[in-house]
Design a protein around this ligand. Structure first.
Ligand SMILES: CC(C)CCC[C@@H](C)[C@H]1CC[C@H]2[C@@H]3CC=C4C[C@@H](O)CC[C@]4(C)[C@H]3CC[C@]12C
Length: 624
């Protein structure tokens, strides 16, 4: 939020912004005119959000107490007769009560407007969903989309260019002529380079704790107990302690350091990465796979409603791990793979980066009684301060008894790229289509300025005739509940009638700056004996990621640069007909499916067809 804006007096291109939370930001426009345009736009935005607190807005109209005492005294001083004084008092009271009535009506109107606003917001989300396809076509190159937003902004009518400094402001104040670094507003735009790095795949989820001694709360244990007689596997409980001291680097400082350079060509250092790749992040979505085991069991016992409810909870649970995570996963190299053999969860998983332009990751997971697969291809839009990611493609879940469910992920936005605390939110409607009795619609509510109850999810399950048979509600970062019926029965108290479907696991004992869950901590571990079995393309063998995990930042950075250099050949490889190893594109559609054979090849230790993607480029391959 912009608190105050100030122009430099000594330099006609410079200006600064104070946000109330961080230090003053110093910027430099291209020209004097450019600065005028910037200031106009900034003031216009500022005026759009007058500062009224939520509490103030929602408070009921207070009863106003009117005293006529002062009026009476004054009239007595004037020697006015008692009758006239009483008359005056009555006049004053009646006028004020009129006014009071008026205020009351206004207050009421305001509440109604707020209601409407809320309602409109919900409608907006729905509309956006219908429009998603269209807007995707329009999603052009990031940079250009931001530039056009800016052009529109600068057309906005300008308000005064003078802004008084508020209290914090004075405290934070720097003189115009000091040596504060500033940023060229032109370079500012090129931050679009984050797109390609950020548009990686998948959400994650929080892990169940495998250690029987370290049990979670009771409810969860009962939920999980169904269908899970899985063996215990010892997995690590913490990441390695960092070798080097962590460096705090802000995105902003990165931008500053790269003034004058084409930011799309600047590689972000590893400080912005978390030590897992997008391939591993896909697997993180399966943290709560016990929900699918349970869904399978319910269906087998003939309860297809409970089946879809668990599938719905699973679809939501995948988002849990995105909360509090603000580093980006490593963008895998073309042909990089990841395997996860988790007998302790009854699942095994394979993923591969199947395309570099656009960046697509395909994955496939086998559980007991079900298979789950999909590919991730994100369309991203850069809005200046935020990035919007619209996932394309469907996820498919197939139970061994032939019941199939398909759904797509909702929109994710990452906010505060430039200033403030980075966070992401998910919003839109997810439709889970089944091939049998039920389908389900889940709405992820968009967080709004007036509605301070973030992360809300609501859904309904409908039968073939479109009748609502059950409702779902909860939060994507906490828990999901369901209640039977359409939730409209008179006098029914949703909370007392509802039952828990899913609850997020508790955080690990060893927190790191990556905010990994217990499950996420295990993803990059090379468990005893695993190293000899992995293909040379596995994410766990990626040197820069390994170094980052170990806290060897210098090493991680140089290795990352080397691999990124290599990756520049990926486009050429693709053009020359490079094909993924474990997945193939369906005919007539753009989705990938697993061709099989991974675990068989692993059994034989036969990785002949897997290139050494992390090593040095062999000199005899002439890719250029
Ligand atoms: C500029 C840098 C430092 C910003 C860091 C961005 C982080 C927060 C971004 C980068 C990639 C993003 C992920 C990319 C893809 C998906 C799949 C989607 O269905 C759910 C959200 C999820 C899982 C995103 C969550 C947020 C994410 C992890």
């Amino acid at each position: 939020m912009v608190c105050s804006i100030r122009e430099s007096e000594s330099d006609e291109k410079r200006f600064s912004i104070y946000t109330g939370t961080k230090k003053r930001l110093h910027l430099r426009a291209e020209s004097r005119e450019d600065r005028v345009a910037w200031l106009e736009a900034l003031h216009a935005v500022k005026d759009m959000f007058p500062r009224i607190s939520n509490a103030e807005l929602m408070a009921p109209a207070e009863t106003v107490v009117v005293s006529t005492e002062k009026l009476r005294q004054r009239l007595v001083e004037e020697g006015v007769s008692e009758a006239a004084i009483q008359d005056s008092e009555n006049i004053m009271r009646s006028e004020l009560s009129e006014l009071h009535k008026h205020v009351f009506v206004l207050k009421h109107k305001q509440l109604l407007l707020m209601e409407t606003l809320r309602h409109l917001e919900t409608e907006k989300v729905d509309l956006e969903n219908t429009l998603v396809d269209e807007s995707q076509n329009q999603a052009k190159e990031l940079g250009s989309s931001f530039r056009s937003t800016h052009e529109k902004d600068s057309e906005g009518s300008g308000s005064d260019s003078y802004d008084e400094h508020d209290m914090h402001d004075a405290a934070e104040e720097d003189t115009d002529d000091d040596n504060n670094s500033f940023v060229d507003t032109r370079d500012y735009f090129s931050t679009s380079s984050f797109r390609s790095n950020g548009s990686d795949f998948q959400r994650l989820s929080l892990e169940s704790d495998d250690d029987p001694l370290d049990s979670d709360d009771g409810i969860e244990a009962t939920i999980r107990s169904v269908g899970s007689n899985y063996p215990h596997v010892r997995r690590r409980k913490k990441l390695p302690d960092p070798v080097e001291k962590e460096k705090g680097v802000s995105l902003w400082s990165m931008i500053k350091e790269n003034i004058g350079k084409d930011l799309t060509k600047v590689c972000l250092p590893v400080y912005f990465n978390e030590p897992i790749s997008s391939l591993q992040k896909c697997f993180e979505e399966l943290e709560y796979s016990y929900l699918l085991d349970r869904a399978y069991e319910c269906g087998k016992m003939g309860d297809s409603l409970m089946r879809i409810l668990h599938v719905a909870a699973f679809a939501v649970s995948g988002y849990a791990c995105t909360e509090g995570r603000n580093c980006k996963p490593f963008n895998p190299l073309l042909g990089e793979t990841y395997e996860a053999d988790y007998p302790d969860k009854g699942i095994r998983f394979v993923s591969e980066k199947v395309s570099h332009h656009p960046m697509i990751v395909a994955c496939h997971c086998e559980g007991r009684g079900w298979k789950f697969w999909g590919d991730s291809n994100l369309k991203s839009k850069f809005w200046g301060r935020s990035i919007q990611l619209d996932p394309v493609g469907v996820l498919t879940l197939e139970f061994d008894d032939g019941e199939i469910f398909q759904w797509s992920k909702v929109t994710t936005s990452i906010y505060n790229l430039i200033l403030g605390k980075l966070y992401c939110d998910h919003y839109g409607t997810m439709r889970i289509e089944g091939n049998r009795d039920y389908s389900c619609k889940i709405k992820f509510k968009e967080q709004s300025i007036i509605d301070r109850n973030p992360h809300q999810v609501q859904g309904i399950v409908q039968d073939k005739n479109g009748k609502t048979v059950s409702t779902l509600f909860g939060k994507w970062d906490e828990s999901m509940y369901f209640a039977t019926g359409d939730g409209k029965e008179k006098g029914s108290n949703m909370l007392t009638k509802s039952s828990l479907l899913w609850k997020r696991s508790k955080p690990p004992n060893f927190q790191t700056r990556y905010n990994f869950s217990r499950f996420a901590i295990t993803l990059n571990e090379i468990t005893p004996g695993l190293k000899d079995k992995l293909p040379p393309t596995d994410s766990r063998l990626r040197p820069d990621q390994r170094s980052l995990e170990n806290g060897e930042y210098e090493m991680a950075n140089s290795e990352k640069l080397r691999l990124e250099q290599r990756q520049r050949q990926a486009r050429k490889m693709q053009e020359k007909g490079w094909k993924p190893r474990w997945f193939t594109k369906d005919k007539g559609s753009d989705t990938y499916h697993y061709v099989g054979g991974y675990w068989e090849a692993r059994e034989k230790g036969n990785w002949a067809a897997c290139p050494n993607i992390f090593g040095q480029v062999p000199t005899d391959t002439n890719l250029d």
